[in-house]
Ligand binder design. Structure first.
Ligand code: 8YV
Length: 318
């Protein structure tokens, strides 16, 4: 039997299905060497594991890397493509879940939901009524990296009368046609938005791209939401902007270092809502994601085009 590596827990029925055709081996998600201890895989289901060129070079018979997640920044796709390894991801099935958590965070930031939960619990309410909060309806939301998730978010906030601006490197024709959001120049979007929500993939171009000057363009009353990857923002600049009042607050689902150590400076800040990389983390959505990830793995191993490949055309075109 050929070997398949799994670097995520998967539901028992899917595991049994894989085990009927492959030798299935659990490999911790931080292993980058010493693969001989686990075997010689033809397929690997990864969940944010670092799979760089050096890792790929150690696995000469690998044919498929199925990424359990839409963001595949932890996989070196060009290295996989040169080794003729199919890479797939799980787009589409998590759009609703990520967009709804983003909406929840907008409401929590604007209406002080987390702050005022603490206010009641610590007895502050027994002493005085809390300060007023801010409307979320009829505000302006700026989406950075408008794709499927951003579009779903734009649809969700529409009934609240929220105006949605977006900025991508190039305009998204489908979005422009749909009218759910309006493209804006970078400075204009940052200056006008009450919420700036990041949904861009992490690439060499977006790594560390959101810096001090960008925070300074935002309104002092505005909030940053990061649902993308921690590394797209310069964390030191963000902490500074949050501490000195350049912006009003932030809601963060992703961090440069995950899990975020409880001793991190961000944890000390009252104007930040912290989430443990939770955007897609519902029973229903994770099931849909893992179904798709396993289907992609099986298809690729059978020499078929996975439902949602990343590099199929790069390998098989020409
Ligand atoms: C994780 C995510 O992949 O889809 C993404 O890009 O960030 C998450 O959904 C999830 O933790 C599963 O590995």
């Amino acid at each position: 039997m050929e070997t398949v590596f799994l670097s995520s827990d998967i539901p028992a029925d899917l595991r049994a299905r894989l085990e009927s055709a492959y030798r299935v081996v659990d490999v911790p998600d931080d292993v980058t060497s010493g693969f001989e201890a686990y075997g010689d895989p033809v397929g690997w289901l990864v969940a944010g594991n670092p799979v760089d060129a050096a890792v790929i070079a150690q696995l000469p018979n690998l044919r498929v890397i199925s990424n359990y997640g839409v963001g595949y920044d932890s996989v070196d796709v060009p290295a996989a493509t040169s080794a003729q390894i199919i890479v797939s991801n799980t787009p589409g099935v998590l759009d609703d879940a990520v967009a709804e958590l983003t909406l929840g965070l907008m409401l929590a930031l604007g209406r002080g939901i987390v702050t005022y939960d603490r206010y009641v619990r610590d007895g502050s309410w027994e002493r005085e009524w809390p300060p007023l909060t801010h409307d979320v309806h009829r505000t302006t939301l700026g989406v950075v990296g408008m794709g499927r998730i951003g579009r779903r978010l734009a649809e969700l906030v529409a009934p609240l009368g929220v105006e949605v601006l977006y900025h991508n490197r190039s305009r998204n024709a489908e979005i422009d046609e749909s009218g759910v959001a309006t493209w804006a120049e970078w400075e204009d979007m940052l200056q006008r938005s009450d919420f700036v929500s990041l949904h861009t993939p992490l690439t060499e171009r977006t790594r560390g791209f959101f810096v001090k000057e960008d925070f300074e363009l935002m309104k002092p009353s505005a909030y940053l939401i990061n649902m993308a990857r921690g590394a797209v923002v310069n964390t030191d600049d963000m902490v500074e902007a949050l501490k000195n009042g350049t912006i009003a607050g932030a809601a963060l689902d992703v961090f440069e270092e995950e899990p975020l150590p409880a001793s991190h400076e961000l944890v000390q800040l009252d104007n930040v809502i912290l989430q443990p990389h939770n955007g897609s983390a519902t029973e229903e959505t994770r099931r849909a994601m893992i179904d798709l990830a396993v289907e992609n793995l099986e298809a690729g191993l059978q020499g078929e085009r996975p439902k949602t490949p990343v590099n199929w055309e790069d390998i098989y075109s020409a």
